[in-house]
Design a binder for this molecule. Structure first.
Ligand SMILES: Nc1ncnc2c1ncn2[C@@H]1O[C@H](COP(=O)(O)OS(=O)(=O)O)[C@@H](OP(=O)(O)O)[C@H]1O
Ligand SMILES: Nc1ncnc2c1ncn2[C@@H]1O[C@H](COP(=O)(O)OP(=O)(O)O)[C@@H](O)[C@H]1O
Length: 193
């Protein structure tokens, strides 16, 4: 049905916005699955680390799961940091129709939010025993999406406004798909045999 890569730094709001929009779409009768990177790592493949190779493997597995759901007519929100442009492009190619939503938030706000205490750990001195050495945005790369279909600035806008943006974006896609389908059916009906 529709595969959406909701990408952004830790704490940007990927999970919050995806879960909220899932509820709203379900209320309208649409089937939706949120594949959360953090959750899937914990339950399905806890052995994967945060090295570049393991992050790519994580995203490819999530993409594969996503494909299973989208083939069954389910809208998939893949809420993961998903830091590499090449892998995002690969997933988009394999999961058509696909969209990329960049959840953009400035580092200062993220460090201030620090809901999981991970930014504090990543910013410790190099010699500190609790230092987090491969944390995205601080000491591991995040490649900003080159041409996302939607960017939501969660550091500058209220949660409810950000939720509304994501919700309206998906609704617009769904309405467009319905009207395309209807005009295709109409043209098939009127075509001479
Ligand atoms: N080193 C490091 N770097 C980034 N993130 C870390 C790290 N260690 C643990 N965590 C927690 O793992 C969550 C990110 O998992 P993802 O599967 O989304 O990451 S990735 O797409 O494979 O890069 C991420 O969850 P979110 O905060 O929901 O993004 C973190 O809570
Ligand atoms: N505009 C906003 N959009 C989304 N989340 C926001 C916003 N402002 C503050 N927050 C808060 O930021 C945190 C984002 O956490 P989370 O959704 O787990 O991020 P991520 O999944 O990207 O790691 C939540 O505590 C949320 O309430």
């Amino acid at each position: 049905m529709l595969f959406i890569q909701v990408t952004g730094l830790s704490g940007a709001g990927k999970t919050t916005l995806s879960n909220r929009v899932q509820k709203r779409l379900e209320q309208l009768g649409y089937p939706v699955e949120v594949l959360d990177g953090d959750e899937c790592r914990r339950h399905l493949w806890p052995e994967l680390t945060y090295s570049e190779a393991d992050r790519q493997e994580n995203i490819r597995r999530l993409g594969y799961l996503g494909r299973i759901f989208t083939r069954r007519g389910i809208i998939v929100l893949l809420a993961a940091i998903n830091p590499y442009e090449r892998i995002r492009a690969e997933l988009n190619q394999q999961n058509q129709p696909a969209k990329t939503v960049f959840i953009d938030c400035d580092l200062q706000t993220l460090i201030h939010r620090d809901t999981k205490g991970l930014y504090t750990k990543a910013l410790l001195p190099d010699t500190h025993p609790n230092k987090l050495h491969d944390f995205t945005g601080i000491n591991a790369p995040y490649e900003t999406p080159v041409s996302p279909d939607l960017t939501i600035h969660t550091g500058q806008q209220a949660e409810a406004d950000c939720e509304e943006q994501l919700f309206q974006f998906i609704l617009a896609f769904l309405r467009e798909s319905v009207s395309k389908k209807q005009s295709l059916e109409k043209s098939n009906l009127t075509e001479p045999v």
